[in-house]
Design a protein around this ligand. Sequence first.
Ligand code: ADP
Length: 751
Amino acid sequence: MNWPNAAESNLILSGADLKPALLISLLSVWVLVGVFYYLNTYTRRRYFTIWTAAWLFYALWLTLLFFGRLTWGGSLWLLWLTEWCLCVSAVFLLWGSLRFLGQRVKQRLIALSLGFLLVWSYVDSYCLGMSYAQVHWSVFAFIGLASLVTAGAFYRYRRMRQFLGAALLSIGFFFWGAYLSAYPLFETPALAAAGFLISTVLQLLIAVSMIILVLEQVRYTHQRRDLFAREKLQNTVWFTEERYQRLFQQAHEAIVIVARTDLRILELNSAAESLLGTNVRQATRQSLISFCQIKTPPEKAPKSGHQWFELICSQQPLNLVHKNGTLIPADTIGAPIEFGGQSAYQFFFRAITDRLRLEQQLRQAEKLSSMGQMISGVAHELNNPLTVIGGYLEVILASHNLPAKTRQDLGKVAHESNRATRLVRNFLAFARSHPVHRQMANINDLITGVVELRKFDLSLANVKIEAVLDHTLPATSIAPDQIQQVLIILINNAMQAMSAAHEPRCIRLSTALKDGAIRITVEDNGPGVPPDVEARIFEPFFTTKEVGVGTGLGLSIAHGIMSEHGGHIRYERAALGGAAFVLELPVVAVEVPRGSSTEIIGAKASLAQAAPRAEKILVVDDEKSIVEMLGEMLGLLGYTPSLCHSASEGLRRIVETKFDLVLSDLRMPEIDGPQFYRRAMELDARLERRFIFLTGDTVNEATKSFLRSTGQPFLAKPFRLASIEEVTRQTLGAAQGASLAIPLANGPGAS
Ligand code: ADP
């Protein structure tokens, strides 16, 4: 553009204003360059770098225009250079805008465009020879277009984010583009000056708008980051809360959270709900105190929440009250906590009902075990005298020359002795340490016998007893005395239970074969067992009867006997209306062990003095009376035994004499039965198969295995003449090479 008359006046500006207007515009562009450069380093965005370059070239164009056009006149190379600067500025502006819109432009294309524009502006300036204004129409149209594209880019951005800066930039670039496109029209210096001033305003507007936009972007990013951080925090809180809830609800221990002031329930988990029989909705209206049974004298009743807290924690165990009134002992741990911004206490409760029951069972088992030991000791002490009494009775009754009256009286003594023996055996059965004598028996016969036995007493008590028997029942191997004892226990219990009941009173015993087992039912039409004690009736020492009437041992003994028989006993509500005890016994078919009876039969039959026998028998027992009694018995059988009271004496006799048979006690002081056996064999190897052992009331595992290892028979106290005769005869026979072997299980004491 050629401005020939600098003094020409146009509108309010004159041609003299051109230079200052250009300078102002130049300065504003440099401000713009500075702003973009700063924003570039601050934001590190690629498009700022490109735009900065665009503004730099534009500033260069203006600078060249300022110095060159005003100072150097219209040289062609300057024209070429200014034109090229403007073209470069336009390319960079366009490139930056495309980048701002997220479009990627290949750098090679940019370089090609710049090269093309360099050639184009050269051709423009040197070859076409057109006037300055004509040449630059296309260049200004190009840069104007680039500016309009930038305006469009900001407009689009503004629609995406409601940024004021983007709107202002869109307007600024639009007008700046319009100004640049129209630049060749400003032909007079006054118009050009006005144009430069307008562009100054627009450039400053762009600079300010850019700052506003960046600030808005920063604020937006911060807001987004805050939002994201808050969301993250919320997620973390939510996750923690959910994990806490899961732990809280799934905890095995009951957890209750209460307000510190009045112990009002604020929260409780599912374990606590089932422990207390309530739910959150109901419980949160109540105080924890209403679920605790704490006995305190009124004057010592806690007055504050803290005192209640201390009292509850001090209760070990604490009795919690279930909604249905059941008391549940529980271990308690409490701690002060903050709950939902409120001061609270947290309690952990663990029900210890099972533990207490087990402890109680253990105590009972210990009690029972010590009682068993005591009974076993007493029975042991009674067994020896009874053995001697029974033995001598047999010896006396076996002799012929007794007056009939004496024989009759002694028969009564024998009867009572038998009773005492049975009693001792029952004690031993309770202490579970006595080998039980089993035999094949028919349960129906047993029941008929028991009914006969109890009929008289029952009729006195106005109780009718009936037996409904299944006659197809097979015989089974049982200890008849023990099963009889069970039946008597059940009948006595029924009788006692019915003592206050209305008439008619009735007890029914029935038998049946069910699923291959024998079922005996003992039922009555009394009051039955109250449901609240039903679970405990088989416990030892549990009784609802008065002291002196009940011991609480009947049903536990019955239970023990049934278990030893491989059967069981259970309680049911009777069809008759009262209690029914159902016994089940397996059908066991085994041979009747020989010589199992320990009853004195001498009262009925007398034994003739046997012919003298030559076999030499040694009897060794530390109990003098037993040794003598055995001597008498063996004498009756025709033997002349050597008797001694200690194992050492026995060994001396073995050295002196060649015995055919040795009867030895198992439990002796100093040298016991097993030791004696071994040493006797060392002295006389023949004796290995010529031993019969005498056992007391207790046969422990060690003794049993010793007996098994020797394979020799044993005789259990109290001894009966018949069994002594049989075992002696068999052992002698076996030892003398007879084919009959006597295994342990066939011994009279075998269980
Ligand atoms: P005891 O008879 O010495 O009390 P038991 O072990 O034989 O001991 O019985 C335990 C409890 O079972 C009795 O105290 C009684 O409460 C209950 N019981 C047993 N048999 C009957 C029955 N036939 N009817 C009602 N209650 C019974």
